[in-house]
Write a protein that binds this ligand. Structure first.
Ligand code: NAD
Length: 388
């Protein structure tokens, strides 16, 4: 089968390679010319994805290559706009590209995360309106967890639902070619809502544990010990760890898609909005706590180690470390940034305060502990220092 994947970012490239490895002919289309030039040189930008030796994968900027696709998969960004509302412009532009270039009936699958109704009311309408080809449509939201060595595209169950039974069956057949567990659900709206709820569940639980970190500090008890104690209960409890907040392309963004859908339906999603607020405020909580501990930060040298949004990935999108740096600078600190995974950052240097924001394996923890008289650990990795 000829499979075309629109968007060769984290999700699209991983999917394209999985499909190519099981023998499909795969076109990887992206509007980013540098990205495609690198992919043509077999330079992958996704940790753990190797392109050498994969012959039936063709990266391209040329939309003509989408012609005669049997399956077209959309894997473009679905971020928030400046008002923190869904920005669907990439999805709409992907629809325009499909309308103009896919010239025979195809199965069109959306993997981009969006609110219930996106496949039915936005994607299928935008494409059908301009072509009348009667494509088949399915939703299969991607669940990949960057950097997770245990769960990958093969062993993570995949939700699939089409706008028709035929679309569901064809999409399930396709994913079964490289994924062990395909779960068919009754409508695309169920799959879309499940994806948003999975990430909202994380957002809300992380916010709750971050609130507990603040309460525990106020009560002068160690939050990590409280959590370890609670986690000895073998049922009805799931452990989440305190942190500087949530980052990346999914957890800080997807709940706002659910909240937006709720608002459109006239329902107040106050729980989701509150969780979002608590997580967004964590960097300034940490900056203020440190400032109180050291008698103010004005003019002090503060090293922030770990800039990306989570350990062992280089992705800076929505990273709470960046909000922490802003909050420290507002308090007058002279911030030094250290991250072995991010280009052009400083080595660990002597300073007044050192903060472990994200615990990459490649950060030298001993050097960090010795770099300053006051250390703050947001990750629970270091012992005998202040922290969350
Ligand atoms: N990254 C993750 O961990 C993850 C996990 C699950 C779901 N998702 C979801 O998957 C979707 C894609 O995320 P991602 O992380 O791969 O994004 P990304 O930013 O890494 O990649 C998206 C790619 O799409 C390209 N693009 C944008 N508009 C295009 C168009 N009209 N035609 C062709 N290419 C276009 C961009 O140039 C970019 O290379 C999003 O909806 C995201 O929420 C991401």
């Amino acid at each position: 089968m000829k499979i075309s994947v629109i968007g060769q970012g984290y999700v699209g490239l991983s999917l394209a390679v999985s499909a190519a490895k099981v023998g499909h002919q795969v076109i990887g289309f992206d509007i980013n010319q540098n990205l495609i030039s690198n992919l043509k040189e077999q330079e992958s930008h996704v940790e753990g994805i190797e392109l050498a030796g994969i012959e039936n994968y063709i990266p391209t900027n040329n939309a003509d290559d989408l012609i005669n696709s049997d399956i077209v998969i959309i894997a473009v960004p679905t971020p928030l706009d400046s008002s923190r509302h869904p920005d669907l412009s990439f999805l709409i532009s992907a629809c325009e590209i499909i309308s103009s270039n896919v010239k025979k009936q195809a199965l069109i699958i959306n993997e981009s995360t969006s609110f219930p109704g996106t496949l039915r009311d936005l994607i299928s309408k935008n494409i059908e309106d301009s072509t009348g080809l009667n494509h088949l449509y399915a939703a299969s939201p991607e669940r990949v967890d960057p950097g997770n060595l245990l769960w990958n595209q093969k062993n993570t169950p995949r939700l699939v639902a089409g706008l028709s039974d035929e679309a569901t069956e064809k999409a399930a057949d396709f994913y079964s070619s490289f994924c062990d567990h395909v779960v068919k659900v009754s409508s695309p709206e169920i799959a879309e809502a499940a994806k948003l709820f999975e990430n909202t569940f994380r957002q809300v639980n992380i916010a709750m544990v971050n609130e507990l970190a603040q309460i525990s500090h106020g009560l002068d008890i160690n939050v990590r010990e409280v959590l370890d104690a609670a986690a000895t209960k073998p049922f009805g409890f799931m452990k989440f760890n305190p942190s500087l907040g949530v980052g990346g392309h999914c957890i800080p963004v997807d709940p706002s898609y659910l909240s937006f859908a709720a608002e459109n339906a006239g329902i107040d999603a106050s729980f989701i909005d509150l969780a979002n607020e608590i997580n967004l405020e964590m960097p300034s909580y940490v900056a203020n706590r440190i400032s109180n501990d050291v008698g103010g930060l004005n003019g002090k040298k503060v090293l922030v180690a770990g800039l990306s949004y989570k350990a062992n990935v280089a992705d800076l999108r929505e990273s709470p470390s960046l909000l922490l740096i802003d909050a420290l600078e507002v308090l007058g600190a002279d911030v030094i940034k250290h991250d072995p995974l991010v280009a052009n950052t400083s080595p660990i240097v002597t300073c007044d305060v050192a903060i472990l924001a994200v615990a990459h394996d490649s950060i030298n923890k001993e050097a960090l502990i010795n770099s300053a008289p006051y250390i703050f650990d947001c990750t629970g990795t270091l012992t005998n220092v202040e922290g969350l």
